[in-house]
Design a protein around this ligand. Structure first.
Ligand SMILES: NC(=O)c1ccc[n+]([C@@H]2O[C@H](COP(=O)([O-])OP(=O)(O)OC[C@H]3O[C@@H](n4cnc5c(N)ncnc54)[C@H](O)[C@@H]3O)[C@@H](O)[C@H]2O)c1
Length: 340
């Protein structure tokens, strides 16, 4: 067994959990000691790969283990609230996959409990740890893009059709968290329309429109029923425009020196608007696996008593947008006010 600073217990070894396990296992500041899943085959696979692991099919075993400092939850979203509540009540630091909960009130409870008990609560908003998103944040903060007009994100592909949540709850937490992180703001209202083609009552495709303060708009397209695999974010500013293509490995961010200038000397307003076409630049981005950065950040926050970038409050604001978007979708796209 390697030297460990922080002892972790993990629950959920389905599709995503093994990625978390691999990353935490490789970090020197922690040791994953116990894994929990209801599926004996998944537990056996994990134990074969990491022989020092203990396994259990009973989540309470993690809670009752006084040697565990923190718990990592990667089970389906409907289990999140109960598992998270118990972890915090047992004094554990907590990393929980997105979405934090399915209800705003539950997220509020978890945030308050983590703050009252001084435990780290971090939500797996993975894209907030992506080096390309950091680059976009720099471009916005430095003013290089000018005033941000609008952004749109496309997260579509064919597959990983879920039965326990719709495409929006499954996919949108990434784009909602990124939009709020980049714009450093919360939307004022949301409207969403969706449709269920494959399973009754579970949307396969959802189009969400978020209105941020100052007229900034974000449009998010989500689908697991699409011929393309797209992971695209486009931001349009008054000076420049930028596109982040997460399917690209090398040239993932492109900055377009394009815009529309207001030229003086024309009598008609329309003639005074002249499109500007300039260079396209591709900044070098030093890539590290975002999941590794995310896992390390969780450990750093525990060791240094800091709040994570994607803390409980960040998880809460994403759930608030999800819940409002679902209300709007249920009312055929009627805008829903998100402001408290
Ligand atoms: N950050 C990302 O990019 C990303 C990607 C995929 C999934 N996720 C998130 O990870 C979580 C899990 O998603 P998934 O796709 O791995 O789901 P999954 O259904 O593939 O796996 C869930 C696992 O949890 C186990 N489980 C369920 N109930 C349990 C219980 N009561 N006790 C113990 N084990 C239990 C199941 O047996 C299964 O192995 C979700 O919150 C999802 O949104 C995040």
């Amino acid at each position: 067994m390697k030297r460990s600073e922080i002892s972790l217990g993990m629950v959920g070894l389905g599709y995503w959990g093994p990625n978390l396990l691999r990353n935490f296992d490789q970090l020197p500041d922690c040791c994953v000691r116990v894994c929990c899943d209801l599926d004996a085959t998944r537990l056996a696979q994990a134990q074969q790969q990491y022989p020092y692991l203990r396994t259990t099919d009973n989540y309470d075993d993690l809670l009752d283990d006084p040697d565990l400092d923190a718990i990592v939850i990667a089970t389906p979203a409907p289990t999140h609230y109960t598992f998270a509540l118990k972890a915090l009540q047992h004094g554990k630091h907590l990393f929980i996959e997105k979405p934090l909960t399915l209800e705003v009130q539950h997220a509020v409870e978890l945030v308050e409990l983590s703050e009252d008990t001084d435990r780290v609560l971090m939500v797996g908003h993975l894209m907030e740890y992506h080096p390309a998103i950091e680059k976009l944040k720099d471009l916005i903060q430095s003013g290089e893009l000018g005033q941000i007009h609008y952004l749109y994100a496309q997260r579509v592909n064919l597959g990983r059709i879920r039965h326990d949540e719709n495409a929006m709850w499954s996919l949108a937490p990434h784009d909602f968290s990124v939009a709020m992180y980049l714009l450093d703001a919360e939307p004022e209202n949301v409207s969403a329309r969706g449709a269920a083609y494959l399973q009754e009552g579970i949307d396969d495709v959802v189009f969400v429109n978020l209105q941020f303060p100052g007229g900034v708009m974000a449009h998010i397209q989500l689908s697991w029923l699409d011929p393309h695999k797209l992971r695209l974010t486009t931001i349009v500013g008054s000076e420049k425009m930028v596109v982040f293509d997460d399917m690209e490995t090398a040239e993932m961010v492109k900055i377009y020196n394009k815009g529309v200038d207001h030229s003086a000397g024309y009598t008609s307003y329309g003639e005074a608007l002249s499109p500007r076409f300039g260079d396209v630049t591709i900044p070098y981005i030093k890539m590290t696996e975002p999941l590794k950065l995310e896992c390390q950040h969780f450990l750093d926050c525990i060791m240094n008593h800091r709040k994570p970038r994607s803390d409980g409050r960040d998880g809460l604001r994403v759930v608030r947008v999800l819940q409002a978007a679902q209300q709007s979708r249920n009312r055929n796209g009627e805008p829903v006010d998100i402001r408290m």
